[in-house]
Design a protein around this ligand. Sequence first.
Ligand SMILES: C[S@@+](CC[C@H](N)C(=O)[O-])C[C@H]1O[C@@H](n2cnc3c(N)ncnc32)[C@H](O)[C@@H]1O
Length: 285
Amino acid sequence: MLSRLPTTTALDDSDLSPQDFALVARLAYDHSGITLPENKRILVASRLAKLVRERGCTLSAFISEAAQNASTRQALIQALTTNHTRFFREPHHFTHFVQHVRPQILAAVDQKHPVRMWSAGSSSGEEVHSLAMSLLGNNRVEAKRISKANIAILATDINHDVLNIGRAGRYDGDARSEIPADLAALWLTDDTRHVQMTDMVRKIVRFRHLNLIGDWPIRTNFDVIFCRNTMIYFDAPTTEKLQCRLIQQLRPGGHFYIGHSERLIGRAATLVENVGQTIFRKAVS
Ligand SMILES: C[S@@+](CC[C@H](N)C(=O)[O-])C[C@H]1O[C@@H](n2cnc3c(N)ncnc32)[C@H](O)[C@@H]1O
């Protein structure tokens, strides 16, 4: 049973003791790979304070409960994730995809081969929807042909809340300005305050909960994997292991896109060739 707070008590950063912070950091690392250095203590305290207020318990009781109970721990980890994203973030990746990878995918579609792509650490779906729109393109007839092919784009994240936003495919109206006008004209509908991804886009994207440092119930090999701005929260051994696993999940000739401040580490760097700024290709053996 969680200790209740008197309703008037306000939480401040000092409520997160060094021992409690150490326990949060261990839980985050063991269950999500996220590292929390000491200089994140105030940030952690403020993120957890909101949760604790909603639950009406003390911070310390919440953290102890998270150590014992998987659903409380999931809530804690969700609160610690940073979900910042936007449509067409790092636009050179989408330019590369359209110029170099999309033509191969269209050839695969013509030959009735399956096409699989993955946004790993998708957050609320802006990245995967950017990829889907880039794939469908700005020609409605061609897009219809693509959408009927054996194509699936997987979007995974550890945070259920952001996955639900992605599934709904509904974003603040401001998002329209991030999307090239020709694609927005075809793939968005809007009311006064929101934009909505159309069904043709949503139909080729599947959102699933997946912990990147856990087991992956994935049997397929991918033509394209985006894993961007997620590994920055991991330490070097976790990052190297994850990169090797992701590359193993690529089919020969498949492309791997990472975030602008990330780099391939150790063995991972030997498994692919660098074909652009933070873009890699697995050799065809
Ligand atoms: C900053 S967002 C990146 C979103 C998008 N890839 C981009 O570059 O705009 C990082 C995402 O990684 C997710 N994440 C962090 N640790 C994870 C893990 N162990 N497994 C799966 N997703 C994780 C977070 O929930 C968050 O939504």
